[in-house]
Design a protein around this ligand. Structure first.
Ligand code: CAA
Length: 258
Protein backbone atom coordinates (compact mmCIF):
# COMPACT_ATOMS: atom_id res chain seq x y z
CA UNK A 1 0.00 0.00 0.00
CA UNK A 2 1.28 3.43 -0.90
CA UNK A 3 -0.34 6.65 0.25
CA UNK A 4 1.85 8.78 -2.02
CA UNK A 5 1.63 9.75 -5.69
CA UNK A 6 5.25 10.41 -6.60
CA UNK A 7 7.31 8.29 -4.21
CA UNK A 8 7.42 4.70 -2.97
CA UNK A 9 7.86 4.14 0.74
CA UNK A 10 9.01 1.01 2.51
CA UNK A 11 10.38 -0.02 5.90
CA UNK A 12 13.28 -2.50 6.16
CA UNK A 13 14.03 -3.22 9.81
CA UNK A 14 14.76 0.13 11.44
CA UNK A 15 15.40 1.83 8.09
CA UNK A 16 12.80 3.87 6.23
CA UNK A 17 13.22 3.88 2.44
CA UNK A 18 11.89 6.65 0.21
CA UNK A 19 12.21 6.10 -3.54
CA UNK A 20 11.41 8.99 -5.88
CA UNK A 21 9.12 7.63 -8.58
CA UNK A 22 8.36 10.14 -11.34
CA UNK A 23 10.16 8.40 -14.20
CA UNK A 24 8.44 10.45 -16.92
CA UNK A 25 10.25 13.57 -15.65
CA UNK A 26 13.52 12.05 -14.36
CA UNK A 27 12.14 12.58 -10.82
CA UNK A 28 11.91 16.35 -11.26
CA UNK A 29 10.88 17.83 -7.94
CA UNK A 30 7.46 19.37 -8.49
CA UNK A 31 5.16 20.50 -5.67
CA UNK A 32 3.65 17.03 -5.28
CA UNK A 33 7.09 15.41 -4.90
CA UNK A 34 8.00 18.02 -2.28
CA UNK A 35 4.76 17.35 -0.39
CA UNK A 36 5.12 13.55 -0.62
CA UNK A 37 8.79 13.49 0.33
CA UNK A 38 8.40 15.87 3.26
CA UNK A 39 5.34 13.97 4.53
CA UNK A 40 7.07 10.58 4.30
CA UNK A 41 10.31 11.80 5.87
CA UNK A 42 8.57 13.56 8.75
CA UNK A 43 6.42 10.45 9.36
CA UNK A 44 9.56 8.29 9.57
CA UNK A 45 11.14 10.94 11.81
CA UNK A 46 8.23 10.67 14.25
CA UNK A 47 8.48 6.85 14.34
CA UNK A 48 10.71 5.56 17.16
CA UNK A 49 11.08 2.30 15.22
CA UNK A 50 13.08 4.15 12.56
CA UNK A 51 16.76 4.99 13.11
CA UNK A 52 17.82 5.99 9.59
CA UNK A 53 16.19 7.05 6.32
CA UNK A 54 17.42 6.37 2.78
CA UNK A 55 16.33 8.61 -0.09
CA UNK A 56 16.98 7.31 -3.57
CA UNK A 57 15.75 7.66 -7.15
CA UNK A 58 16.06 5.47 -10.22
CA UNK A 59 19.08 4.14 -12.11
CA UNK A 60 18.76 7.06 -14.53
CA UNK A 61 18.05 9.89 -12.13
CA UNK A 62 18.15 10.66 -8.45
CA UNK A 63 16.36 13.89 -9.44
CA UNK A 64 16.95 16.13 -12.48
CA UNK A 65 16.08 19.27 -10.52
CA UNK A 66 13.07 21.31 -9.61
CA UNK A 67 10.29 20.92 -12.20
CA UNK A 68 11.13 23.49 -14.87
CA UNK A 69 7.75 23.19 -16.60
CA UNK A 70 5.92 23.86 -13.32
CA UNK A 71 8.19 26.80 -12.43
CA UNK A 72 8.29 28.48 -15.83
CA UNK A 73 5.25 30.73 -15.34
CA UNK A 74 5.87 31.70 -11.72
CA UNK A 75 6.48 35.26 -10.53
CA UNK A 76 8.66 36.39 -7.64
CA UNK A 77 5.69 36.74 -5.29
CA UNK A 78 4.91 33.04 -5.70
CA UNK A 79 7.96 32.50 -3.47
CA UNK A 80 6.52 34.55 -0.59
CA UNK A 81 6.93 33.03 2.88
CA UNK A 82 5.21 29.63 3.08
CA UNK A 83 5.11 29.25 -0.71
CA UNK A 84 7.69 28.19 -3.27
CA UNK A 85 10.22 25.77 -1.88
CA UNK A 86 9.69 26.62 1.82
CA UNK A 87 8.47 23.11 2.70
CA UNK A 88 11.94 21.72 1.98
CA UNK A 89 13.04 23.36 5.24
CA UNK A 90 11.08 20.67 7.13
CA UNK A 91 13.04 17.97 5.30
CA UNK A 92 16.37 19.53 6.26
CA UNK A 93 15.15 19.84 9.86
CA UNK A 94 14.29 16.18 10.54
CA UNK A 95 16.26 14.64 13.39
CA UNK A 96 16.81 11.15 11.97
CA UNK A 97 20.00 10.58 9.93
CA UNK A 98 19.26 10.58 6.18
CA UNK A 99 21.37 8.90 3.50
CA UNK A 100 21.07 9.95 -0.14
CA UNK A 101 21.77 7.02 -2.49
CA UNK A 102 22.43 8.75 -5.81
CA UNK A 103 22.50 7.09 -9.24
CA UNK A 104 22.27 9.06 -12.48
CA UNK A 105 21.38 12.75 -12.50
CA UNK A 106 21.43 14.81 -9.30
CA UNK A 107 21.07 18.25 -10.87
CA UNK A 108 19.79 21.54 -9.50
CA UNK A 109 17.22 20.76 -6.83
CA UNK A 110 18.32 17.09 -7.06
CA UNK A 111 21.86 18.00 -6.01
CA UNK A 112 20.39 20.26 -3.34
CA UNK A 113 18.15 17.44 -2.06
CA UNK A 114 21.22 15.19 -1.79
CA UNK A 115 22.99 17.93 0.16
CA UNK A 116 20.06 18.19 2.59
CA UNK A 117 20.89 14.59 3.54
CA UNK A 118 23.62 13.70 6.05
CA UNK A 119 25.53 11.21 3.92
CA UNK A 120 25.73 11.07 0.12
CA UNK A 121 26.53 7.66 -1.36
CA UNK A 122 27.04 7.73 -5.13
CA UNK A 123 26.84 5.12 -7.86
CA UNK A 124 29.61 5.39 -10.44
CA UNK A 125 26.86 6.59 -12.81
CA UNK A 126 26.04 9.64 -10.66
CA UNK A 127 26.25 13.14 -12.12
CA UNK A 128 26.04 16.25 -9.96
CA UNK A 129 25.61 19.88 -10.89
CA UNK A 130 23.82 23.17 -10.36
CA UNK A 131 22.72 24.08 -13.91
CA UNK A 132 20.22 26.77 -12.81
CA UNK A 133 22.35 29.57 -14.28
CA UNK A 134 21.67 28.18 -17.77
CA UNK A 135 17.94 28.71 -17.10
CA UNK A 136 18.38 32.31 -15.95
CA UNK A 137 18.08 31.57 -12.24
CA UNK A 138 20.28 30.36 -9.38
CA UNK A 139 20.01 27.38 -6.98
CA UNK A 140 16.98 27.94 -4.77
CA UNK A 141 16.91 25.13 -2.21
CA UNK A 142 20.24 25.73 -0.53
CA UNK A 143 22.68 25.01 -3.36
CA UNK A 144 24.78 28.16 -3.09
CA UNK A 145 25.08 27.80 0.68
CA UNK A 146 25.52 24.04 1.18
CA UNK A 147 27.84 23.53 -1.79
CA UNK A 148 30.34 26.07 -0.43
CA UNK A 149 30.30 24.39 2.97
CA UNK A 150 30.76 20.98 1.32
CA UNK A 151 33.47 21.65 -1.26
CA UNK A 152 34.79 25.16 -0.57
CA UNK A 153 34.19 28.54 -2.17
CA UNK A 154 36.16 28.26 -5.41
CA UNK A 155 34.94 24.83 -6.50
CA UNK A 156 31.36 25.75 -5.59
CA UNK A 157 31.58 29.08 -7.37
CA UNK A 158 32.83 27.41 -10.55
CA UNK A 159 29.94 24.94 -10.55
CA UNK A 160 27.23 27.51 -9.72
CA UNK A 161 28.50 30.14 -12.19
CA UNK A 162 29.19 27.74 -15.08
CA UNK A 163 26.45 25.17 -14.52
CA UNK A 164 29.03 22.45 -15.27
CA UNK A 165 28.06 18.86 -14.44
CA UNK A 166 30.59 16.65 -12.64
CA UNK A 167 30.82 12.87 -12.55
CA UNK A 168 30.93 10.63 -9.48
CA UNK A 169 34.72 10.40 -9.40
CA UNK A 170 35.11 14.19 -9.35
CA UNK A 171 32.33 14.50 -6.77
CA UNK A 172 34.22 12.09 -4.52
CA UNK A 173 37.55 13.83 -5.07
CA UNK A 174 36.17 17.24 -4.07
CA UNK A 175 34.33 15.86 -1.04
CA UNK A 176 30.71 16.12 -2.18
CA UNK A 177 30.10 12.39 -1.72
CA UNK A 178 31.44 10.08 0.94
CA UNK A 179 31.87 7.04 -1.30
CA UNK A 180 31.40 5.85 -4.90
CA UNK A 181 30.22 2.28 -5.50
CA UNK A 182 29.39 0.30 -8.65
CA UNK A 183 25.84 1.20 -9.75
CA UNK A 184 24.63 -2.39 -9.31
CA UNK A 185 25.67 -2.31 -5.66
CA UNK A 186 24.30 1.11 -4.71
CA UNK A 187 21.10 0.01 -3.00
CA UNK A 188 22.75 -2.84 -1.08
CA UNK A 189 25.56 -0.54 0.06
CA UNK A 190 23.04 2.12 1.11
CA UNK A 191 21.01 -0.45 3.02
CA UNK A 192 24.07 -1.85 4.78
CA UNK A 193 25.19 1.63 5.81
CA UNK A 194 21.69 2.63 6.90
CA UNK A 195 21.13 -0.59 8.87
CA UNK A 196 24.44 -0.02 10.67
CA UNK A 197 23.46 3.54 11.58
CA UNK A 198 19.88 2.61 12.53
CA UNK A 199 21.16 -0.02 14.97
CA UNK A 200 22.93 2.69 16.97
CA UNK A 201 21.19 4.23 20.00
CA UNK A 202 18.63 6.77 18.80
CA UNK A 203 19.31 9.52 21.39
CA UNK A 204 23.00 9.51 20.40
CA UNK A 205 22.10 9.61 16.69
CA UNK A 206 19.84 12.63 17.25
CA UNK A 207 22.56 14.36 19.28
CA UNK A 208 25.26 13.59 16.71
CA UNK A 209 23.16 14.95 13.84
CA UNK A 210 22.23 18.08 15.81
CA UNK A 211 25.89 18.74 16.65
CA UNK A 212 27.04 18.12 13.07
CA UNK A 213 24.32 20.41 11.69
CA UNK A 214 25.25 23.15 14.15
CA UNK A 215 28.89 23.00 13.06
CA UNK A 216 27.85 24.40 9.67
CA UNK A 217 26.05 27.34 11.24
CA UNK A 218 27.62 28.56 14.46
CA UNK A 219 31.06 29.87 15.57
CA UNK A 220 33.44 27.26 17.02
CA UNK A 221 33.04 28.31 20.67
CA UNK A 222 29.25 28.05 20.44
CA UNK A 223 29.47 24.70 18.65
CA UNK A 224 31.81 23.34 21.31
CA UNK A 225 29.41 24.50 24.03
CA UNK A 226 26.49 22.78 22.28
CA UNK A 227 28.53 19.59 21.84
CA UNK A 228 29.41 19.58 25.54
CA UNK A 229 25.73 19.92 26.54
CA UNK A 230 24.56 17.24 24.10
CA UNK A 231 27.39 14.94 25.22
CA UNK A 232 26.45 15.43 28.89
CA UNK A 233 22.73 14.87 28.25
CA UNK A 234 23.44 11.44 26.74
CA UNK A 235 24.64 10.27 30.17
CA UNK A 236 20.99 10.47 31.24
CA UNK A 237 19.89 7.94 28.60
CA UNK A 238 19.30 4.22 29.09
CA UNK A 239 21.33 3.45 25.98
CA UNK A 240 24.48 5.09 27.35
CA UNK A 241 24.27 2.88 30.46
CA UNK A 242 23.65 -0.18 28.29
CA UNK A 243 26.38 0.68 25.77
CA UNK A 244 29.03 1.12 28.43
CA UNK A 245 27.88 -1.86 30.53
CA UNK A 246 28.01 -4.07 27.45
CA UNK A 247 31.57 -2.93 26.77
CA UNK A 248 32.62 -3.74 30.36
CA UNK A 249 30.85 -7.13 30.25
CA UNK A 250 32.33 -7.93 26.82
CA UNK A 251 28.94 -8.58 25.17
CA UNK A 252 26.97 -6.91 22.37
CA UNK A 253 24.76 -4.04 23.57
CA UNK A 254 20.97 -4.33 23.50
CA UNK A 255 19.87 -0.82 22.80
CA UNK A 256 16.33 0.29 23.60
CA UNK A 257 16.75 3.52 21.63
CA UNK A 258 15.78 5.74 24.53
N1 CAA B 1 11.89 19.63 -14.90
C1 CAA B 1 10.87 19.17 -15.65
N2 CAA B 1 11.00 18.14 -16.51
C2 CAA B 1 12.21 17.57 -16.63
C3 CAA B 1 13.31 17.99 -15.88
C4 CAA B 1 13.11 19.08 -14.97
N3 CAA B 1 14.09 19.55 -14.18
N4 CAA B 1 14.38 17.25 -16.21
C5 CAA B 1 13.95 16.38 -17.14
N5 CAA B 1 12.65 16.54 -17.39
C6 CAA B 1 11.81 15.81 -18.34
C7 CAA B 1 12.12 16.22 -19.77
O1 CAA B 1 11.41 17.39 -20.10
C8 CAA B 1 11.63 15.00 -20.53
O2 CAA B 1 10.22 15.05 -20.61
P1 CAA B 1 9.50 14.83 -22.06
O3 CAA B 1 9.86 13.42 -22.44
O4 CAA B 1 8.06 15.01 -21.73
O5 CAA B 1 10.07 15.83 -22.99
C9 CAA B 1 11.96 13.85 -19.58
O6 CAA B 1 12.13 14.43 -18.30
C10 CAA B 1 13.27 13.15 -19.96
O7 CAA B 1 14.29 14.13 -20.04
P2 CAA B 1 15.22 14.34 -21.36
O8 CAA B 1 14.50 13.88 -22.57
O9 CAA B 1 15.74 15.73 -21.35
O10 CAA B 1 16.39 13.29 -21.00
P3 CAA B 1 17.91 13.37 -21.50
O11 CAA B 1 18.51 12.06 -21.11
O12 CAA B 1 18.00 13.81 -22.91
O13 CAA B 1 18.58 14.55 -20.61
C11 CAA B 1 19.03 15.78 -18.58
C12 CAA B 1 18.68 14.41 -19.22
C13 CAA B 1 20.45 16.22 -19.02
C14 CAA B 1 19.00 15.60 -17.08
C15 CAA B 1 18.01 16.83 -19.05
O14 CAA B 1 16.70 16.32 -18.84
C16 CAA B 1 18.10 18.14 -18.31
O15 CAA B 1 18.97 18.94 -18.59
N6 CAA B 1 17.18 18.40 -17.34
C17 CAA B 1 17.10 19.64 -16.63
C18 CAA B 1 18.20 19.76 -15.60
C19 CAA B 1 18.12 21.08 -14.90
O16 CAA B 1 18.30 22.15 -15.48
N7 CAA B 1 17.85 21.09 -13.58
C20 CAA B 1 17.76 22.27 -12.79
C21 CAA B 1 16.33 22.67 -12.64
S1 CAA B 1 16.14 24.26 -11.87
C22 CAA B 1 16.25 23.97 -10.22
O17 CAA B 1 16.46 22.88 -9.77
C23 CAA B 1 16.04 25.19 -9.35
C24 CAA B 1 16.36 24.97 -7.89
O18 CAA B 1 17.47 25.13 -7.45
C25 CAA B 1 15.32 24.62 -6.99
Amino acid sequence: TNAYETIRVETRGRVGWITLDRPEALNALNRQVMRDLVAAATAFDADEGIGAIVVTGSERAFAAGADIKEMEGLRGRDFAVGGGFDQWRAFADIRTPVIAAVAGYALGGGCELAMMCDVILAADSAKFGQPEITLGVIPGIGGTQRLIRAIGYYKAAELVLSGRTIDAAEAERIGLVSRVVPAAELLDEADALAQGIAAKPLPALYAAKAALDAALEVPLAEGLRLEKHLFASLFDTEDQKEGMAAFREKRPPEFRHR
